[in-house]
Each structure stands twice: as C-alpha cells, then as structure tokens.
Design a protein around this ligand. Structure first.
Ligand code: 1GP
Length: 249
C-alpha cells in the first residue's frame, strides 16, 4: 500500500488523521528514538518531518533515525530542495499556491523532480495554502509570499478549486508553525464544501478541542507541531488523537 493509500484508509476508518510535525532543528537527538516510540503509542497516524527554515545539516540522518523507530509512515514536509531523503516513505510535493513567488510555485519542484525520480520516493502532489494568522510567520517570510486573507473564505475556495483542477491530491491549509491564530473554521468549511480533495489543516493548534473543531469543519488531517514540542506530554498527545479521531474504531 502506498503512503497516500494509507492516509486515505486512516481518513476513512478514523474520520480524520493525526499528523505530528517534527522540526529537525528542535529535536533532541539523544531522546529521539524514545520520543518517536511515544508518538506511536499515543495514536499518531503519520510523522511529518521538515521546516520552512532549517539550520541543522543532518536532515538525511535525522529522517533515518525517525524511520528506524517509527511504526507509521514518515513523510517529508519540505521547506526546500535541501530537505529530501530516500529514507522517508513519501514527500509532500508542495506548490505554494497562495503565493506568487515562482520559485515556490514551480522552481524548487523542477530542481527536486530528477532527484525524487532517482531516489524513488513517493511524491504526493499537494496544493499548499498559507493563510494569514496574526503576526508574520517564518513560512511567509522565508517564501517571500503574502498569505491568503483570513476573513475571505472565497479567496481560499478559489485557490482550492485551482489545486483540484490542476490534479493535486491533497490540500494543505497552513496558518504557519507557532501561528497566533489557527485556520478559521469558515475557511475550512468553504473549502471542504467546494472541493473533494482531502484537506490537511495545521498551524497554531494548541488544544485538542480546537483540533476537533477543525475536523468538524471539514479537515481530513490535523497537524500538530509546536504544542507537542513545547509540552512533551504523552497525555496531551493522546488527547489530540481522541479529539481528531472522530469515528470510534
Ligand atoms: C506548521 O502546520 C504546521 O506548518 C504545524 O504548526 O507548529 O503551530 O503546530 P504548529
């Protein structure tokens, strides 16, 4: 089964999937193995690895270490071409559709494509939309793009439709890591009503009940990063799983 098929199965069976984002710059290499095992024991469905601004230079090695311990797929969520590792199960092949910077719409993708072909990594075509979330985020700054206005669901909807017509397989609505405000439910609902693509929602989700609201609004996957990093609490990890998995299995 491909990683994409696995994700679709999770969505079908659990109502929505729980994705945990690991930023290599913020990982303690000494406790990494144990930390990854803890994710599996607390309901995480897949691990995302990546950062919009990566300072550490051992990406491939870190992905390998995570993969060694993970019982679930390890998926790269890349900030750029330097975040590719054949040790992962798949990569979100992102195009930053909310922006108008050609480098992140198609430039990085063209440079990455031959590398992905040669390493045989599963590429999951993903329309990536950054949405305004209060203070500027690293993703906006580094990509040199403006996010979508948070009070205009119709603009997000049009971008989502474009992603669908371009043949993308997933849509990622991101408020950015550590966002002050998460993606508004009105935006998720508007997008879910107009496209059939599975929707990933992330950025600034700090409480399990907020994660559940995103699922109830139409999100198929919820990404938790900073909240898990800052609290290092298995109980909170499990509460997120219970909130996101709306279907009892
Ligand atoms: C960022 O969606 C992810 O791209 C996760 O965000 O770190 O705020 O949970 P947080």
């Amino acid at each position: 089964m491909s990683t994409f098929e696995y994700l679709m199965r999770v969505k079908r069976e659990k109502g929505a999937g729980y994705l945990l984002l690991l930023d290599p710059d913020r990982l303690d290499r000494k406790t990494l193995a144990e930390d990854v095992r803890c994710l599996g024991a607390n309901g995480v469905d897949a691990i995302l690895v990546g950062s919009s601004f990566l300072l550490s230079n051992d990406f491939d090695q870190v992905v390998g270490q995570i993969k060694k311990e993970a019982k679930m797929p390890v998926i790269i969520f890349p900030g750029g071409i330097y975040q590719i590792s054949p040790k992962a199960d798949a990569i979100l092949f992102l195009s930053l559709l909310s922006g108008r910077n050609p480098e992140f719409l198609i430039g990085q993708q063209v440079k990455a494509a031959p590398i992905l072909r040669d390493c045989g990594l599963e590429s999951i075509s993903t329309g990536y939309l950054l949405v305004e979330s209060g203070r500027p985020t690293t993703a906006e700054y580094i990509s040199d793009t403006r996010p979508l206005p948070r009070s205009k669901p119709e603009i997000a909807e049009a971008h989502a439709l474009a992603a669908q017509y371009l043949g993308m397989k997933l849509l990622y609505l991101d408020a950015g890591s550590g966002a002050e405000h998460s993606i508004p439910e009105e935006i998720i609902q508007a997008v879910a009503d107009s496209v059939s693509l599975p929707i990933i929602v992330g950025g600034g989700i700090r409480q399990p009940e907020i994660a559940r609201q995103k699922v109830l609004a139409g999100s198929s996957f919820v990404v938790i990063g900073t909240a898990a990093e800052q609290n290092n609490d298995p109980v909170l990890l499990k509460e997120f799983a219970q909130a996101i998995h709306v279907k009892k299995i």
